[in-house]
Design a protein around this ligand. Sequence first.
Ligand code: SAH
Ligand code: TRP
Length: 349
Amino acid sequence: MLAYAAHLANPVMYMEEIVVPRLTRHRVPAALPVADIVEDASKGLIKSPRSMPPKYFYDERGSQLFDAICETREYYPTRTEEALLRSCAHDVITQLRPDHIVEFGSGTARKTRHLFDACDRAGETAAYWPFDVCEEMLHDSGQKLVQEYDWLQVNTLVGDYLGGLTGLPPREGRCLYLFLGGTIGNFTEDEAATFLDEVRAIMRPGDGLLLGADRVKDSEVLHAAYNDDSGITAQFNLNLLHVLNRELDADFCDSNFEHRALFNTEASRIEMYLVSRRRQSVRIKALEHTLELEAGEKILTEISRKFTPANLESLLNDAGLAVQRHFEPDNGWFSLVLAEVEGAPVTQS
Ligand code: SAH
Ligand code: TRP
């Protein structure tokens, strides 16, 4: 594999380590300025409206809790997207014949296995590049994948995709980019536009982007998905406080906060908050600051935007991408869109 050999020759530049045969680890340098947790907390927590970026949910425990959310009865997006992937994988793989599959926010890469299975069946091989902030998750899923697929080269990319994509190691041949799980909805409109511009900038004619996005639907269904009865989403939300305590030497007490998620119909988004149960002071040593919170004060920890097919199409078009295929279930609960660089068909011989 040429691209692989090329960056092996320059391990310092791409900071590549070989973990086991067919499994490497790269740290992706940020090309755009990205704030660290100290900066994000001082911008987001000190004055209201208070908020924190969602990427801090995903330490090792947070990633495990997210995985458990995906198994809950109420959280339909994972199951729905997985069924779509299962049924479209063969078409996508045989149409693109990708040499590389690059996935943003890959998590456990559970659903991505349908694409590897389709490669297996079509006699294709591809290198997999999962890109995630959670290093433990990347490492564990990478180890499992090289054991499960004896042809798969896995190159993990540890980093923050908000830092831009120009720092990715070079790849030769066709790329299929994946952004699944409705994670595009966790961006604001501006962040989503910037991110898709970045993706478009690294795409070449013949490459594809498979984007999974959650759809506008009955607000009860949406509400339940972010308020599961077993309280796993609540634990996931509250886990942010443990991350803040550890990283910022703070003394948040999770029993003083409650999880709240609601669907804001006007903005077409789920908003998730940690709500202060009482008037309280929280010391954040790394910021040399004490937060004074009133009873009922909220910290916005996540948004999850819900799309219509028209919204999605214009989001992609604005970035210079064209919808090539749109996969959706009969109930229209989720969209999986295959996009290509505008004016450049993905179809390959
Ligand atoms: N794609 C998986 C996981 C979705 S959860 C699925 O569909 O089930 C979102 C994933 O994105 C998590 O694994 C999280 O660690 C990762 N993530 C969140 N913010 C990120 C960022 N700024 N840069 C890189 N990865 C990020
Ligand atoms: N991308 C997922 C979504 O928007 C992330 C997610 C699901 C999530 N459930 C959550 C994030 C609960 C925070 C809390 O659906």
